[in-house]
Design a binder for this molecule. Sequence first.
Ligand SMILES: Nc1ncnc2c1ncn2[C@@H]1O[C@H](COP(=O)(O)OP(=O)(O)OP(=O)(O)O)[C@@H](O)[C@H]1O
Ligand SMILES: [Mg+2]
Length: 215
Amino acid sequence: MSELVRCVDVARVYGRGRRSVVALHDISCAVAAGDAIAVTGPSGSGKTTLLHLLAGLDEPTAGEVRRAEARAGMVFQGDSLVPSLDALENVALPLLIAGRGEQEARREGMRALESVGVSELAWRLPQELSGGQAQRVALARVLAERPDLVLADEPTGRVDSERALQIADLLAELARTGVAVVVATHDEAIAARLPGRWEMRDGTLRVATPQDRPC
Ligand SMILES: Nc1ncnc2c1ncn2[C@@H]1O[C@H](COP(=O)(O)OP(=O)(O)OP(=O)(O)O)[C@@H](O)[C@H]1O
Ligand SMILES: [Mg+2]
């Protein structure tokens, strides 16, 4: 399996001096095509920080994050939809930016909305969506781009439990097609649907299953 991203002795410290926070330290891990990894751990243990580093949205303060040429898509923990655009426009926007034609972008966007079960909400503005519906639209926006690596930060935090399991299964299925999937979650039931497990404690990582590749 081809490796998409590897962290080597990574640390991430926020701020400086007495007020600095060590969010991550001594992290070494790797993600390869087809991996489906749940990142679990208490609030503040560093899950979001690690996902942002893996996505290339942030840089480590020590160590190295090595990334292969691959498309990474991040599903953010908080609200991330553009408020003035409806759900379909939100999902189509990255495709338009990438140079796809409008019709194709809308068709692909609709397909992605369907895949997460919210195509009937295509014409709603973000403010007209529930928290869980908005999360699914944000996931669709990432899936529409057909990334090689999906980093999903609590993608089911505001979704009801049955729907949350469906989303977990969808992400596991995506991994079976060769996409790498890393999901931060507090929810044991979600984590159990994914074969790989990284457990975070106070900024360090304990690799709990053999699926991922300890370095
Ligand atoms: N921008 C920031 N500036 C300073 N400290 C930060 C910043 N972002 C995160 N932290 C701190 O870094 C640590 C790790 O935060 P992170 O958001 O990665 O945790 P998490 O595991 O995702 O938590 P949660 O489960 O609540 O989402 C925490 O102590 C947090 O307070
Ligand atoms: Mg977080």
